[in-house]
Design a protein around this ligand. Structure first.
Ligand SMILES: [Zn+2]
Length: 412
């Protein structure tokens, strides 16, 4: 089915944009450390803004730093077609996680300019603030759709005690626009897969049909500090020993929900963390994910039972608080179909794939039709300085994305 010409995507230009963006926060090991609202992030925002303006866009910023680059359509009153992702990275991140989705959108605008194509609807490429959540808990896309209270997010602090709002102001990223004032016709996001499936099965492009449910907890185990030499083993209330048992049980809960249930403890703090004091308090976070609501419910029940069982041993008290909960989601069927039509028109074989990672699109899907495409990353490695992708795969993903965006942007 060929209902529109394919866009002349410039694979080299796309590649070099990643190389140039990847210089901002570049690490000696070839990765990127560009955490949200740091000077490196400020540089990335400035570079994206410059490129978008050179492509003829107006660029606006909302009050949490989300950047909206708009290529106007023939009828600016129609809801725009949106695509984008994030420019922030993990502390030991790579060049493609996030940046790909922003630069893919930019490449589509540049290709539209090259081809002299005017669309009916405006197209907006968005760089969402703080997707990675390493410094601050709440992402710009979650705030955009009203999932999180703005005052609460502004007051949240990073590990150094800096407030989110102050960090925005510090790099001049707090804009005048209120949250969520842009109705979108549709939202698309391109992203590297961050897993091994496309590469294993030999596809350059995956059409993402849905995304995992996820629950995050913070747990506090409270025992009692004591002298490491004088307190007999049987009388101890060792919070770290109790927390360690829980960590092992949590791994088993993940293993008990195969093949896609996962349960991770990635951060743990011991108090007072002294070599000759029995640990009195341990706090840790739990991240659990499953593709189905039944799976999420079952894992949550198992976690509650594990906490209770540890408490019933009588040595420590355990409090477990939900930080946030995302239900499993299915992306918009029309947009998923449109991406497949686009791939077909390019004779590009694609596979259906499911996202076990969270993305900006997962928040945006609650408010307007949303879909995603994935491209492979080498050995499935991401959130790692070794993250790698090929020029061909990156371009193939943009071509499929462009076909769907163009079809949608040409609709009256
Ligand atoms: Zn990402």
């Amino acid at each position: 089915m060929r209902n529109h010409p394919s866009l002349p995507i410039d694979a080299d230009r796309l590649w070099h944009s990643h190389e140039e963006m990847g210089q901002l926060g570049a690490t000696p090991k070839g990765g990127v450390n560009r955490q949200a609202l740091t000077p490196e992030d400020q540089q990335a925002r400035a570079l994206f803004t410059k490129w978008a303006q050179q492509a003829g866009c107006t660029v606006e910023t909302d009050c949490v730093g989300n950047l909206f680059a708009r290529r106007p359509g023939r009828d600016p009153s129609l809801p725009a077609v949106c695509t984008g992702s994030h420019l922030d990275t993990q502390p030991t991140g790579g060049k493609y996680d996030g940046a790909y989705g922003v630069l893919a959108g930019l490449e589509i605008l540049r290709a539209l300019n090259d081809a002299g194509i005017e669309t009916e609807r405006s197209i907006e490429v968005v760089a969402w603030t703080n997707e990675e959540g390493t410094r601050f808990a709440h992402s710009g896309s979650a705030l955009f759709v009203g999932k999180v209270d703005l005052a609460e997010a502004y007051n949240a602090t990073d590990p150094a005690g800096i407030r989110f709002e102050d960090a925005l102001v510090a790099i001049n990223a707090k804009g005048p626009l209120p949250l969520g004032n842009r109705p979108y016709d549709s939202v698309f996001e391109a992203h590297i897969e961050q897993g091994p499936i496309l590469e294993r099965d030999g596809y350059a492009v995956g059409i993402v049909t849905g995304a995992r449910g996820q629950t995050r907890y913070t747990v506090t185990v409270t025992g009692m500090e004591g002298h490491a030499g004088t307190m007999p083993m049987t009388m101890r209330q060792d919070a770290l020993v109790a927390a360690s048992r829980l960590v092992v049980t949590l791994e088993q809960i993940g293993l008990d929900h195969p093949p896609q249930g996962v349960c991770t403890v990635g951060a743990l703090t011991v108090y007072p963390n002294s070599r000759n004091t029995i640990p009195g308090t341990v706090t840790f976070d739990i991240d659990l994910r499953h593709p189905t609501q039944d799976g999420i419910d079952s894992m949550e029940a198992a976690i509650a039972a594990a906490m209770q069982a540890e408490q019933h041993k009588g040595k420590v008290s355990v409090t477990c608080t939900v930080l946030d909960r995302d239900a499993p989601l299915t992306f918009d069927a029309d947009l998923v179909a449109l991406l497949k039509v686009g791939a077909d028109s390019l004779d590009r074989p694609v596979m259906d794939i499911f996202s076990m990672a969270g993305h900006d699109a997962c928040y945006l899907a609650a408010h307007q039709p949303t879909a995603m495409v994935f491209v492979p990353c080498k050995n499935g490695i991401s959130h790692n300085e070794l993250e790698s992708a090929t020029v061909e795969d990156l371009a193939a993903g943009v071509e499929v994305l462009a076909a769907a965006i163009l079809a949608r942007a040409m609709r009256r």
